[in-house]
Design a protein around this ligand. Structure first.
Ligand code: ADP
Ligand code: MG
Length: 179
């Protein structure tokens, strides 16, 4: 489909598995009218950017905290999570640290991956720009195999978003709110 694709909605409760089972929190937004509004979005894993409301996320800079929306890289899945055999489609977004921060998911010597964790922001409005497709959804033989693929997805997303052409999306210039 022609990217960017803009999705937005309130952050809703999911199945609660993201953090509990996987150690990977995913902000869920409603997916009800997705096939109607975005028939081009096939199930799979995508990358993009998310703008978080400054009230939600106090973003620290060298000058202290700012009140401008912060735009962060994200990986998301649209679909049924075959590993969990969901019957309804969901949109689940994992928000990563800014690209200027070290990647917590880069393969380290220790072998232990930490996924980014922010203070909870349920019910707030999330603005997402989908910028590209990574892969289809797969089923997995184990939770570990699933987590490893998500770790790789995070790295693919970060590498992609470092491309020059995406620079304009990583600063908030009203693109996210549709202004
Ligand atoms: P749920 O099944 O309700 O979506 P999760 O275990 O997936 O529960 O956790 C998601 C929630 O965690 C989000 O709604 C958000 O409030 C919070 N959260 C914390 N850090 C992140 C992050 N890096 N990316 C997305 N959501 C996060
Ligand atoms: Mg979730």
């Amino acid at each position: 489909p022609p990217y960017p694709v803009r999705l937005s909605g309130p952050v809703i409760k999911g199945f609660g598995r993201g953090s509990k089972d996987l150690g990977i929190p995913t902000a869920n937004i409603p997916a009800d009218d997705l096939s109607e509004k975005h028939p081009e979005l096939t199930t799979g894993v995508y990358y993009g950017v998310v703008a978080l409301d400054p009230k939600t996320y106090q973003h620290e800079t060298s000058e202290g905290s700012t009140s401008t929306a912060v735009v962060l890289p994200a990986v998301l899945s649209i679909g049924y999570n075959p590993f969990y055999k969901n019957t309804v489609r969901s949109v689940e977004i994992h928000i990563m640290p800014a690209l200027t921060e070290p990647s917590p998911t880069a393969a380290g010597q220790e072998g232990q991956t930490k996924f980014n964790r922010l203070p909870d922001f349920y019910k707030t409005k999330l603005n997402l720009l989908i910028l590209g497709y990574i892969r289809p959804e797969f089923d997995y033989v184990s939770l570990e195999a699933l987590v490893e693929d998500i770790r790789v997805d995070c790295e693919v997303a970060r590498e992609s978003l470092l491309r020059e052409a995406y620079k304009c999306y990583l600063v908030d210039s009203g693109k996210m709110s549709g202004k």
